[in-house]
Design a protein around this ligand. Sequence first.
Ligand code: PEP
Ligand code: MN
Length: 374
Amino acid sequence: MPTGSANPTAMLLRLRKNATRADLEAVLKLARELGYETRFLDGGRQLLEARRPEAAGPGAPPDRSRFEDMACVAQVLDAAEARELAERSPDRPDTVVRVGDSATAFPAVFGGGCVSLIGGPCAVEDEGRLTEVAQAVRRAGGTLLRGGAFKPRTSPYSFQGLGAEGLERLARVRAAVEIPIVTEVLDPREVERVGATCDMFQVGSRSMTNFALLREVGAAGKPVLLKRGFAATAREFLLAAEYVLAAGNPNVVLCERGIRGFDDVTRNVLDVGTVAWLKQATHLPVIVDPSHAAGRADLVRPLARAAIAAGADGLIVEVHPDPSEVHSDGAQALPLDEFRRLVRDVRALVDLDGRIFVAPEREPETEREMETIP
Ligand code: PEP
Ligand code: MN
């Protein structure tokens, strides 16, 4: 149930042209049952306002869904107030999500004009290599280390990740390099175990509609990186975030990672338009994964630049010193020197926008900026 904003009192339903009398009666009956007063706003009886007298009834999102489920309702339009927790309303500032324990290193900060970078291998594999990547990511300007212990592979015969052993390796590297960790959780039953190691949960593209998982990470209290399903609409993406928010966890970072297209020159189609749209539609931070969008290392840097230019609050990038060694996503892994070039570009673009690049170390030239982080 939403909290923090007044209950909306009105809803606008756009009805389909071919709605029958029986359809209309069903809508009016449901509205009455939910405590709404109704009136048509047009002679064609296609625009129905449903208004609830001041103190009545439950919050609106469940009501809105009931109407959206009716075949004769084409759309439930915005009323005066935001009615879902993820929606941006005029008086709602950006949500700023911090990740990591500031006692050891500077945390990653997403949103509110702050841009942070996540880097690391696709999967946790060799521990020495993971340490090397973590150090390189941090030195280059990344504030979070990525790496999957549990991998959601399209084929059950592909490498599935090291599981519990992977989590242990992540925990050791986290402590040694003093860098916070984001790692994927695939199963609601694993949330507690993964949460004991990570600073941020990753919910992957293939899990975006695993509602049990969304509820579980919502209740777990750590920040969540929610990746867009590769065939999900922007609205479905926001509603997935809504599950986490409604479970009481406000720290959600959305991640656009490319959607399925008809061409195969890139692995997915990076939906930059939706990044720009999301920045208007929601107060939640939005980051981009150029690696899974491109599927090839040589296109990662240009996509990263496009993402930041479109307003993204950060990036998650797959990085590895020797892509030929890895068991998953080697073709898109950025070598370390390329990652450093990418960071340099991102810093310049962020600067151009007057935003703040959140570096992992306090550097003389960023000292003044760090103090202005909300
Ligand atoms: C990943 O981050 O390695 C991954 C599997 O991403 P996605 O869920 O976006 O495919
Ligand atoms: Mn990957």
